[in-house]
Each structure stands twice: as C-alpha cells, then as structure tokens.
Design a protein around this ligand. Structure first.
Ligand SMILES: *Cc1c(COP(=O)(O)O)cnc(C)c1O
Length: 394
C-alpha cells in the first residue's frame, strides 16, 4: 500500500498502518517463515466448515439480522452460562459483530466522546490505539512490565483522572501472554466502581490458557456486570480468524449503545458463518480444549528453542505469542532487528515496540507466534540457531 493521501481526515493522522500487514508482506516478499502475524496454519473443525457450506446451500446468503441470528445469540448465551455461570438475555444482551475488531471499534465509537480518556493496558493490541484515536479519545497506558507482566495497581490508579471514561482491558493479553488474576481484576473493578468507569474487555483468548490457568471475565466480579462489555470471537477459539465473527455481551443499555454504532459500520455480517459458529459453540467444546493443550506444547517448543539464543524469553501463560528481549544482539530497537531478520535468518517476527508508548520498556521486545505447525516452529528455531543475529560495525 502507498501512504494515505494528505487529504486524509485528521482523525487518522499519526495512526500507523498495522504492523501485521507490513510484516506478513515482508514474509511473502522474502519467502521467510512467518512467526509474526497470529493466525493458525491449521483450520478449525471440518464439521463447522460443513455447517457454513450447508448454510450457503440452504439459502442463508442475504442480510442477517443486525444483532445476529437468534441461534448464534442463543449459543453465545449458553456458552456464557456453561463456562462462567452468567445469565445473559439473548434478545437484549448480545450483539454479533464482524470479529472482535468491529466490536472494539463499535464499543469505543459508541462510548468515548472527544477528550474522554481511556485507560488501556500497554503493550496495546494495535486496533485499540487506532479506535481510541478515531473516537477522539485520549489513551492512558498502564504498562505491563517484563519479566512477568503483572498489573501494577499503583500505575492503574495513577492513570485514572476525572476525564477517564472507560478502562479497556485485554485478558489473556496479547502480546505478553499474561492472564490477569482474580486479584488483579479486583483492583480494576475497585477502581472502576470508585470512579464510575465503564470497562470494555477483549477476551478473544478466553479458552487458550496454559498450565491449568483459569480465565476470569471481569463482568463476573461483584458490581461489574452493569458497567462491563465483554468481547470475544470465533477467530481464536475455533481457528477461523478469516471468518470475522465476534460478539459482545453485557447489560442491555451498553449493548444497545454498541449496536447503535455497529448498525452504521457493517449493519450485519457473515450470515452463513453465523449458524456454523453457533454449532461450533454448542458442539465443539473439545476443539478448543485440545487446541489449548496443543498450543501449550508448541509454546514449550518455541520457548525452548528461543532459550538457546542470546535473548531473554518471557514464557506466556496463554495466547499464541511469546515475547523476548533481543537487546544483546546490538540493534537500536526491535524494529531494526525484525527488519533485518528475514535476510539474516529467514524468519519474520513482530517488533513489539510499536505496541508501547513507553519506548524504553518496549524498545527491544520482539513477539513470536507459535500457533503454527510443529514442523514450522522447528524449522524457524533451526534457522534462528544457525543465523548470525548480531549487529556489528555500528
Ligand atoms: C486477534 C485479536 C483480535 C481480533 O479478533 P477478530 O475476531 O479477528 O476481529 C482482537 N483482539 C485481540 C487481542 C486479538 O489478538
């Protein structure tokens, strides 16, 4: 893509293009192994693909209802009940979106006025930065710091001002792989109640946790349901990242606000995929249980491989990703390291520095994806081990 026109509206000024597209294009151009962008290289259940094909063949090809087909909203409700003991009303408390990405955009456009502050975990998922900016909001990062990326309660409290409108959470967290504990979430809940803040929480990795860790939706904490919008998606849970079927649940008034924005963004989305995702939610529980176990083994494979390099490895508790610190290789920053990596090693990774306002904390961090076949990870590790990764001569 060329640079945006100088006639581009001010709301997009200073928003960098998404790093994932840039690094995946680099992988294609150089033929390097892509351990960058987080998409699995094996698709989700064939039965679910069959259900989508069947939906197309049986004529579900016109607009879905804006809030989503009733069967998918019912399946989301049953999922929330089964996993978290929540009683969600399918008629008023669920909206289906074009992936979690649209849910995030619609929630922020619906709830953030120009000048409102949004407290957000840093490193950020990159669409948060863009959507806060497009809403005219101001981001206030709370940095999860290496090596263990715990939530710093004092930093959270310090980030809240009388202009704060909402807290944008992400747990399990991309890119660090941290899972917020019940105690950490309680700190967020206490701050939200004390300052009467809304919480928007991106939980797309809700099922992809390791070492028997437990995912706690913050909306299940006392006093939080009425102020929380919870976002998830079939992309990560069922390995269909290209389908872009997500959903938002929460109190009826906030869900209605999200829908008020969503109906003017896409109106409705992915009609034939919706019944398929409903079936997946109802019947494919073992798929994501198994996926989590496989990812845990792949995490170990990649982390052990990276541990043989001259890097610090921060072993993740969940998600598709592991972070390393590459400062000993002598590059100024992780972007320079990642731009040189295809040529030096035939591998693409993501420079996490672009997810930080705190440049010093982010500067030498690199994110690697392990949602890939074992042979791909092994090959990537072999290439890295064989390569000269040191920057020499200035
Ligand atoms: C992948 C991802 C998304 C996007 O989800 P889609 O359903 O593909 O739109 C949102 N948030 C996080 C943290 C992600 O990793």
């Amino acid at each position: 893509m060329v640079d945006p026109s100088p006639r581009t509206a001010a709301r997009l000024h200073g928003i960098e293009p998404t790093i994932f597209a840039e690094m995946s294009a680099l992988a294609l151009r150089t033929g390097a192994l892509n351990l960058g962008q987080g998409f699995p290289d094996v698709d989700g259940p064939a039965t679910v693909v069959d259900a989508a094909v069947e939906a197309m063949r049986t004529g579900r090809n016109q607009y879905a209802p804006g809030p989503g087909f009733p069967e998918l909203r019912e399946a989301v409700v049953a999922h929330q009940q089964r996993h978290y003991g929540l009683d969600v009303d399918p008629a008023t408390q669920v909206v289906v979106t074009a992936g979690a990405t649209e849910a995030i955009a619609a929630a922020l456009l619906a709830l953030v006025d120009p000048g409102d502050e949004v407290v957000v975990l840093e490193p950020f998922y990159d669409s948060y930065v863009a959507c806060i900016a497009m809403a005219g909001g101001v981001r206030r990062g709370v940095t999860l710091r290496a090596p263990d990326f715990r939530l710093d309660a004092d930093a959270l409290r310090a980030a809240v001002t009388d202009r704060t409108k909402l807290v944008l959470l992400n747990t399990p967290h991309n890119p660090t792989g941290a899972v917020l504990t019940r105690e950490e979430l309680q700190v967020v809940a206490d701050v939200a109640v004390e300052h009467d803040l809304l919480v928007v929480t991106d939980e797309v990795y809700e099922h992809l946790l390791f070492d028997r860790r437990e995912h706690v939706p913050i909306c299940t904490l006392p006093g939080m349901w009425d102020r929380t919008l919870t976002i998830s998606s079939a992309g990560k849970t069922f390995s269909f990242t290209g389908w872009k079927v997500g959903w938002v649940t929460g109190p009826a008034d906030l869900v209605a606000s999200v829908y008020a924005a969503k109906q003017w963004l896409t109106f409705s989305n992915a009609a034939p995929m919706q019944p398929a995702v409903a079936e997946a939610l109802d019947k494919e529980t073992s798929f994501y249980e198994e996926l989590a176990r496989e990812l845990e083994a792949k995490r170990d494979l990649l982390c052990e491989g990276l541990a043989g390099l001259d890097v610090d490895v921060y072993v993740p508790e969940a998600t598709y990703f592991v972070t390393t610190d590459v400062r000993r290789y002598g590059y100024d920053d992780s972007l320079a390291f990642c731009l040189a990596l295809p040529e030096r090693a035939g591998v693409v990774a993501i420079p996490s520095q672009v997810f930080y306002d705190d440049r010093e904390e982010g500067r030498h961090k690199v994110r690697w994806a392990f949602c890939k076949e074992r042979a791909v990870i092994e090959k990537g590790v072999r290439r890295l081990a064989a390569a000269d990764l040191y920057q020499t001569g200035g």
